[in-house]
Design a protein around this ligand. Structure first.
Ligand SMILES: NC(=O)c1ccc[n+]([C@@H]2O[C@H](COP(=O)([O-])OP(=O)(O)OC[C@H]3O[C@@H](n4cnc5c(N)ncnc54)[C@H](OP(=O)(O)O)[C@@H]3O)[C@@H](O)[C@H]2O)c1
Length: 335
């Protein structure tokens, strides 16, 4: 890279934003790391990059996307410190777990404030200088869950989908000024957002959707084991920042790529059924009148009981009980 280019990354304190900030700094970019808590995040970024306190290639800016004043103030400080940034990466995000019926209005508002309203406001505030510069890129960190609405995360899916639609509109509007938009359809990466602790969890395991939560929870945990390192995500971002076309939609990660390909070739009804089967969701109508369809494991157990002779079955059950007892931690002495 010849001239010094500036990239603003939101949510740079941890996860994908942190890994991306480190990578782009190492690639020679001037990185404006926007975050809720720069006092905590910037020293960590300095440590990871080796940047000194007076290094003007690593700049911290305070930004809370849910606070309109904070967004306006962040845009002002970015322009004061670096002028028009070349790139703006909307990475900050939050996740949720729970059926739409289980979620409240506050969660929907937080999702749309973080993924749509805040990013739109920050972009609008920076666009006059970016348009004047006549070149630049806006990158939206979207998600597989936003390509199609996924069950048990409707506020996240809806807001990430809205983010994509905004990006498409924006690309047509700003392309004549020399700017472009890249949407990153992000697969599964090993950060806090995919853990219970990093998610607003409204799932009711005793409520009407318990049967759906049961299989989705097990299969979701299995999928988490496939999560790739945040550093791999940065590879995709580096490519996005090199994009020059007015609009580009890229998959980051093999799972995201597979989803985009299936979504392109399968009809919507096919995608619905594929997602239903992958997540272990019972068929339409199968839970009417309080019915509770068996899970695949339960069905396999029923089948096994029918075909395996009783003495063999008893031995299997005894062995399983022994193995599970061996896994239990020793009981604490209470007296
Ligand atoms: N990891 C994945 O598998 C995956 C998959 C698809 C899409 N994504 C997307 O990738 C992006 C980054 O997620 P991640 O995996 O890095 O998750 P993460 O580790 O939980 O990081 C999320 C970041 O967003 C910031 N943030 C949240 N709300 C904010 C707000 N109101 N204002 C400013 N910053 C805010 C957080 O700041 P604090 O540190 O202050 O909380 C944190 O830095 C998100 O948009 C997410 O939807 C991730």
């Amino acid at each position: 890279m010849g001239e010094l280019r500036t990239v603003v990354i939101t949510g740079a304190a941890r996860g994908l934003g942190f890994a991306s900030a480190v990578r782009l700094y190492r690639e020679g970019w001037r990185v404006v790391a926007a975050m809720r808590t720069p006092d905590r995040g910037i020293p960590l970024l300095r440590e990871a990059t080796g940047a000194g306190e007076d290094d003007d290639r690593l700049i911290g800016v305070q930004l809370d996307l849910m606070d309109v004043d904070s967004v306006a103030y962040a845009a002002k400080s970015i322009e004061e410190r670096v002028g028009a940034p070349y790139a703006l990466v909307h990475n900050a995000g939050i996740s949720s777990a729970g059926m739409a019926e289980e979620t409240d209005a506050d969660l929907w508002q937080r999702m749309f404030a973080t993924h749509v309203i805040g990013p739109v406001a920050l972009t609008n505030a920076l666009l006059p200088s970016m348009r004047a510069a006549g070149e630049g890129r806006i990158v939206l960190v979207c998600s597989s869950a936003g390509v199609r609405g996924q069950p048990a995360t409707a506020p996240y899916s809806a807001s990430k989908g809205a983010m994509e639609r905004w990006g498409e509109s924006l690309a047509s509007e700003i392309a004549p000024f020399g700017l472009g938009v890249t949407v990153l359809i992000t697969g599964t990466y090993d950060t806090e957002i995919i853990t219970d602790a990093g998610t607003t969890d409204d799932r009711d395991f005793g409520g009407p959707y318990a049967r759906l939560h049961q299989t989705m929870n097990t299969r979701g945990r299995f999928a988490m084991k496939m999560a790739r390192s945040p550093e791999r995500f940065a590879d995709g971002l580096v490519k996005a920042l090199a994009d020059r076309s007015p609009f580009r939609r890229r998959a980051v990660g093999p799972d995201a790529l597979m989803l985009l390909v299936s979504n392109r070739f399968l009809p919507s009804s096919g995608m619905h059924h594929m997602s239903r089967i992958v997540l272990g969701i019972p068929r339409q109508g199968s839970m009417r009148n309080g019915a509770y369809p068996l899970t695949v494991t339960q069905k396999a157990m029923v089948f096994a009981v029918k075909v395996i002779p009783q003495p063999v079955m008893q031995r299997i059950v005894a062995a399983a009980a022994k193995r599970s007892a061996a896994k239990q931690p020793p009981q604490q002495q209470t007296d």
